[in-house]
Design a protein around this ligand. Sequence first.
Ligand code: CTP
Length: 426
Amino acid sequence: MSWHENKRVLVGVSGAIAAYKSPALVRCLVQRGCEVRVVMTRAAEQFITPLTLQAVSGHPVCRHLLSADTESGMGHIELARWAEVIVVAPAGADCIARLAHGRADDLLAAVVLAAAGDVEVAVAPAMNRQMWESPATQRNLAELAQRGVRIIGPAAGDQACGETGPGRMTEPDDIAAELIGDAPPLLLDGVEALITAGPTWEALDPVRGLTNRSSGKMGYALARAARDFGARVTLVSGPVTLDAPNGVRRVDVGSAEEMLEAVMAEAPAADWFIGVAAVADYRPARVAAHKIAKKDARMRIELVRNPDILAAVAAMKRGPFTLGFAAETENVIAHARQKLTSKGVDVMAANQVGSGDAGDVLGGDENAVTLLHKAPRRGDVALEKTDKYRLAVQIIEHIAPLLAARRRGGGGGRGNDGTGGDRSGA
Ligand code: CTP
């Protein structure tokens, strides 16, 4: 398994002192691109609060078996079907016994029991050394192992009870490494990334407006991937149905003018601006105060040009490194190259949408782009069609060295990165 796979991981927390390490485990998993939900037993709540685990996982914690969990909105069967990996950490002696016996009288045991055969289930035991060594515990573990449950640890050492021996929960980073593999390299450590995504909504009256079919998936995938590589991410988003990735700050906007205002407020602090939003080029000249009633057989709507957000950021003195997405249906590379120059950006991703063999990129889960550079010496880089998250990863792997070179060159002013710009940033 790798962090590229964005696994859905359910972390079960049972009542043991090592529960204080569970938030760190959730963070380690999130850092590896996983979407994490947490189930806690009643005993676990004696050691750690649901609020802490909600904060690090980004989702309400699931705690109740009977009555569809009102906070998380997911019952035990739904959770068992949602999860691709279930890890119980810490798994205390009682919890291990309950799982081995197939109990279903609390939410955690019921979810594990209901998990289908293709779900990977793991437990990270944590208990006093005597309890660990007891034949009953060892028999329960052997039963779980025989059913295909992975046993991670425990480690040996000083215990909370004052004794020394086996029974300490394996460290969170080691559990995450064993389940998912290494964490992604922190290529964007210390980078402030500012991303626009989704369509804009240009109101015509209180209930109608002009918009487009952008789903926001590419921008959200970039936000998620940038976060996984260690960036601090702000996502300025038009109206979409997607949830903000955990750990990403989202600023919701409607119109292009609102998007411009939000972006210009954030851009001075950003190192990297990525314009993925499908910004409406025009908006109605007038917005009616009340719903427009129909009258004649024809009607004219006067439109006025919207500001160009990407060009505005690219024109900033000492502004961020800029990456745009040129959405094209024909002459993709030529049109994108024109936009690279006219908007003055550092890199333009030429993106075929809506025709040719690109399929339905708008709203779809896959995409392909060619990266064009302002720096004359840098050749075009074609990135083949793949899912939008993987494409985002490849884009970041390509851009991160350019950002690093620019920072090494003194930071701030455009042109310190070998991309061929004017150092004055004019
Ligand atoms: N863009 C922007 N503000 C606008 C229009 C576009 O920031 N008012 C950005 C987009 O987010 C994208 C890039 O510019 O990164 C190219 O967008 P695209 O729609 O392909 O180009 P347009 O400038 O709108 O040109 P046209 O519609 O004429 O193809």
